[in-house]
Design a protein around this ligand. Structure first.
Ligand SMILES: Cc1cc2nc3c(=O)[nH]c(=O)nc-3n(C[C@H](O)[C@H](O)[C@H](O)COP(=O)(O)O)c2cc1C
Length: 305
C-alpha cells in the first residue's frame, strides 16, 4: 500500500507558507558563502543555499539572492555583483557553520561580514572579492549573467558564475587523483526551518553505477522475489541491476545448499517451510546489504525451485 500523500498547490497558500514546504523537501542544500565587493570596494559576505553546480564545461555555479520579502529590495550581494561582476563562492565545513549563520544577519551595506563573523580575508588570484581563509574550498568566479526570476517580493535572481580559479585545503583532497575525499570533508547543508545537516563518515555510503551491460530490471524479477516481504526497494534494485547472462545457473543454485549458513538454516527449519523461506530470505537480505549480490541471487532462486 503506498503511503498517504497530501497535495498542496502554491495557488492555495501564501508564498512564505509554500516556501516552508519547498525548503523542507528540497534538502539538503549546499551553501554558497558568497564574497563580493561594491563599486566602492566594500566587501560583503553572505550565505546562499539556493545554490548548485549547473555545468561541467564551462564550470558554472548558480546561486540566487531573492529580493527582500518585506519591501522587494535587492540584497547587498546582488547589488554588488551588478556593479562588480565577480564573486568568490566559499564552501564551509561543520567547524564554520555558526560563523556562516552569523554572517547572514542583515548588517548594513557598509559593514564587512568578515569582521562580524570573525573570518579572515585572503586576496584572490583572479577576482577582486577576497576569499575566506578558514573555508576548506573556495571558487573564484566571474559573473556571466544575472537573470531576474520575477518581480514580486521574494523573487529569485539567478547569478550565473563561471569558475576561473579554485582553492582547496590540502587535507580534504583525495590521494593521488583529482577530487575531494568525502570522508575528510565535513560538508554542511541547509534543510527547512533552522535545520542543517552535517556529513560524517557514519552517514556516507556508495551506490554503484547501474550495470553497463543493463540489468534485468524490476519487471523481470521472479514474482516470489519481487513480492518478498523482507526485501526493500533498495534490495530489489540491487538484484534487478544484474544482467541476464550473470544470473546463477541451476548448478550454482544447487551448490548454494552447501554454503554453511544456508545448510544450517535449511536443516534448522526443515519442519517449517514458511520459516525456512523467511530465514533464507533474511540471509539473502543481509548478503545484499554486504554487497554479496551473486550469492543472494542463488539463495533467492533456491527458494523458487
Ligand atoms: C544558510 C543560509 C542560507 C541562505 N540562503 C539564502 C538564499 O539562497 N537566498 C537568499 O536570498 N537568502 C538566503 N539567506 C539569507 C541571506 O544570507 C541574508 O538575507 C543576508 O542578510 C543577505 O546578505 P546581503 O544583503 O549582505 O547580501 C540564507 C541564510 C542562511 C543562514
Amino acid at each position: 500500500m503506498p503511503a498517504a500523500h497530501r497535495s498542496v498547490s502554491p495557488a492555495d497558500l501564501s508564498p512564505p507558507d509554500f516556501y516552508q514546504y519547498l525548503i523542507g523537501a528540497i534538502a539538503p542544500r549546499p551553501i554558497a558563502f558568497a564574497s563580493t565587493v561594491s563599486a566602492e570596494g566594500k566587501v560583503n559576505l553572505s550565505p546562499y543555499s539556493f545554490f548548485t553546480i549547473v555545468s561541467m564545461n564551462p564550470p558554472l555555479l548558480v546561486f540566487s539572492p531573492t529580493s527582500r520579502g518585506r519591501d522587494n529590495s535587492e540584497k547587498d550581494t546582488l547589488h554588488n555583483v551588478r556593479a562588480v561582476p565577480e564573486v568568490v563562492i566559499n564552501i564551509c565545513d561543520y567547524a564554520l557553520v555558526e560563523q556562516l549563520s552569523l554572517a547572514s544577519a542583515e548588517y548594513s551595506a557598509s559593514v564587512n561580514e568578515f569582521a562580524k563573523a570573525g573570518l579572515t580575508e585572503v586576496a584572490s588570484a583572479q577576482v577582486r572579492p577576497p576569499r575566506v581563509a578558514e573555508c576548506p574550498a573556495a571558487f573564484e568566479c566571474v559573473v556571466e549573467q544575472i537573470i531576474a526570476l520575477g518581480d514580486a517580493p521574494g523573487h529569485g535572481n539567478l547569478v550565473v558564475c563561471r569558475v576561473v580559479q579554485a582553492h582547496f585545503r590540502a587535507d580534504i583532497l583525495l590521494d593521488g587523483k583529482p577530487g575531494i575525499d568525502p570522508l575528510r570533508f565535513e560538508a554542511v547543508s541547509r534543510l527547512g526551518g533552522d535545520w542543517y545537516s552535517r556529513l560524517t563518515p557514519e552517514n556516507l555510503f556508495k551506490v554503484g553505477r547501474p550495470n553497463q551491460r543493463l540489468g534485468i530490471g524490476f519487471d523481470e524479477l521472479p514474482a516470489h522475489i519481487r513480492h518478498s516481504d523482507v526485501l526493500t526497494g533498495n534490495h530489489l534494485a540491487k538484484l534487478a541491476n544484474v544482467e541476464r547472462a550473470a544470473l546463477p545457473t541451476p548448478i550454482q543454485i544447487a551448490e548454494i545448499k552447501a554454503e554453511p549458513m544456508v545448510a544450517y538454516l535449511l536443516n534448522k527449519h526443515r519442519a517449517d517451510a514458511a520459516e525456512q523461506t523467511r530465514q533464507l530470505s533474511l540471509l539473502a537480505r543481509q548478503w545484499l546489504d554486504e554487497g554479496r549480490v551473486a550469492e543472494a541471487w542463488r539463495v533467492l532462486l533456491l527458494l523458487g525451485v
